[in-house]
Ligand binder design. Structure first.
Ligand code: CUA
Length: 327
């Protein structure tokens, strides 16, 4: 006889935790629901009207009883809140050491770019037992990245990066879905996550990937002539990009921001929005000239420069000595 599975495989480090919370909510609902139903039936029989003109005895309110029925649900509800919130914070804060993979959703497919240059569509290869972080965006409408066996789901929104992370615990092939209605072939926007044992994964990695994502980004950087202004010696009209990624950047308007993926993306598509202190707002927008995948390649390149020593003194606040925080 075929059994109907109650829930998907528990294939990530989150799966057990999510199921425990979900199971608790389930048990609580059924438990409270059945106790209430039985009490209603019991009281309905016990306190039924026995004669036509019966008048019930007056009931005196019990403060102790009231305190219990307010106090117990309050404690239980707050328990659920802290349990869920704690899990949420762990799930939505990717760890530093995670493997980075970039994802672009599009009607109707999932495109993946690995840092080593591997690119795939509707198929994602990851190693078992390693933390994996996805940085995701979309070319068109909102999609939602959902792997039930990992218990992770995250909306993928045009014009911004959302992240999700997971640690696969079991090798295997797991369904990947789009969980946000996104047009005619939404139901076909599916794929597989291949969780591989370390040696298999190494073999997969070594299977020719062309240049790394950063190298592809570097080529693009030159094709678009970004390097004519962003010179590494600090003599260009744009800020030096060496050693910038992940660090705070002093802006012309006195604000300070962190040079993360979102900042780099915005600086390419809308350069006038956050101008680095000491530079003119002369950079033209590249909106429409570079695809979401190319933006991610450029980001990978700039990110690969994070530990390259730039001429910090020439970086005009972008790196090196930080001016005191304004305000
Ligand atoms: Cu993409 Cu539904």
């Amino acid at each position: 006889m075929q059994t109907v599975p109650f829930s998907p495989d528990q294939a990530s480090s989150f799966a057990g935790e999510v199921d425990a919370l979900y199971g608790f909510l389930w048990a609580l609902t059924i438990g409270v629901g059945s106790v209430l139903t039985l009490l209603i039936l019991y009281f309905a029989v016990k306190y039924r009207r026995r004669i036509e003109d019966e008048i019930p005895r007056p009931v005196r309110a019990s403060h102790r009883l009231e305190a219990i029925w307010v106090g117990v649900p309050f404690v239980v509800a707050m328990g659920i809140f802290f349990w869920g919130a704690g899990m949420y914070y762990r799930m939505y804060r990717p760890p530093e050491e995670a493997i980075d993979i970039y994802v672009v959703g599009k009607q109707w497919m999932w495109k993946f770019q690995h840092l080593d240059g591997h690119r795939e569509i509707n198929e994602l290869h990851v190693p078992v037992g390693r933390k994996v972080k996805l940085t995701m965006t979309t070319e068109d409408v909102i999609h939602s990245f959902f792997v039930p066996a990992f218990r992770v789901k995250m909306d993928v929104v045009p014009g911004k990066y959302s992240t999700i992370w997971f640690e696969p615990k079991k090798a295997g092939r797991y369904h990947l879905f789009c969980a946000e209605y996104c047009g005619t072939s939404h139901s076909g926007m599916i794929g597989w996550v291949d969780v591989m044992e370390a040696p298999e994964y190494q073999a997969w990695l070594s299977g020719g990937a062309g240049g790394s994502l950063a190298a592809t980004g570097e080529q693009l950087f030159q094709q678009l002539a970004c390097n004519t202004c962003h010179k590494s010696d600090g003599s260009g009209r744009g800020p030096v990009l060496q050693g910038v990624f992940g660090k705070p950047v002093q802006l012309a308007n006195g604000q300070r921001v962190t040079a993360d993926e979102a900042y780099v993306r915005e600086s390419i598509t809308n350069p006038k929005s956050k101008v680095v202190a000491g530079y003119e707002a002369i950079m033209p927008t590249f909106q429409g000239q570079v695809s979401e995948e190319q933006l991610l390649q450029l980001i990978a390149y700039i990110r690969s420069l994070a530990n390259v020593q730039g001429p910090a003194s020439a970086g005009a606040g972008a790196t090196g000595t930080q001016p005191a925080k304004p305000q």
